[in-house]
Design a protein around this ligand. Structure first.
Ligand SMILES: O=P(O)(O)OC[C@H]1O[C@H](OP(=O)(O)OP(=O)(O)O)[C@H](O)[C@@H]1O
Ligand code: HPA
Ligand SMILES: [Mg+2]
Length: 178
């Protein structure tokens, strides 16, 4: 039995979209002091691809967050496991995420980063799953809108695995049951 039920977004489609987003950001941030903050772990592949499509200088850093278990996730309480190391004061910030689901992680992160005096904080997400949104969140740059399916690959995991799949895939249900 194959682990993958279906490829939802192929690596070629991802590549093309990342190029498009890289060009757009390069134009819009020309001459600006830009820092991209990848949200670990899921955001690392998208961030790595995206910055190589930029034609402007960019600083990068990473932040690692964890929600306080599933019940408190709905309250939007997020714990910082690893903060960024650099100052974002007077810089333009773009938070880089693999997926926006309920929106709680990003809402918290955006508000938290705004307390540190950046010029602005924008959001880029490879995937948007709007059907599960709990809070309103502006996605400034978006890759693909996806249906309410659990996906893996391109940074996204199931039980800490499958992040390395180059395509965004829907897992075979047998994997969940086993
Ligand atoms: O919009 P939300 O409902 O907040 O969900 C989205 C977040 O959940 C996933 O991360 P997760 O916390 O599973 O950690 P990971 O990135 O290390 O897999 C995903 O990578 C986003 O960061
Ligand atoms: O569909 C998903 N897959 C993996 N991780 C996730 N975190 C939120 N949604 C997803
Ligand atoms: Mg994540």
């Amino acid at each position: 039995m194959s682990v993958i039920k279906k490829v939802l977004i192929s690596r070629d489609e991802l590549n093309e979209k990342v190029k498009e987003l890289g060009n757009k950001i390069s134009m819009e941030y020309e001459g600006k002091d830009l820092i991209m903050v990848g949200v670990l772990k899921g955001g690392f592949i998208f961030l790595a691809d995206l910055i190589r499509e930029l034609k402007i200088p960019v600083e990068i850093d990473f932040i690692s967050v964890s929600s306080y278990g599933s019940s408190s996730k709905s309250s939007g309480v997020v714990r910082i496991i690893k903060d960024i190391d650099v100052s974002i004061t007077n810089k333009h910030v773009i938070i880089v995420e693999d997926i926006i689901d309920t929106g709680l992680t990003l809402k918290y992160l955006k508000e938290m980063l705004y307390t540190r005096g950046p010029l602005d904080v924008k959001i880029i997400a490879a995937l948007d799953k709007p059907s599960r949104r709990k809070v309103d969140i502006d996605i400034d740059y978006k890759g693909f809108t996806i249906p309410d399916e659990f996906v893996v690959g391109y940074g996204l995991d199931y039980a800490s695995k499958y992040r390395n799949l180059p395509d965004v895939c829907i897992l075979n249900e047998e994997i969940y049951k086993s």
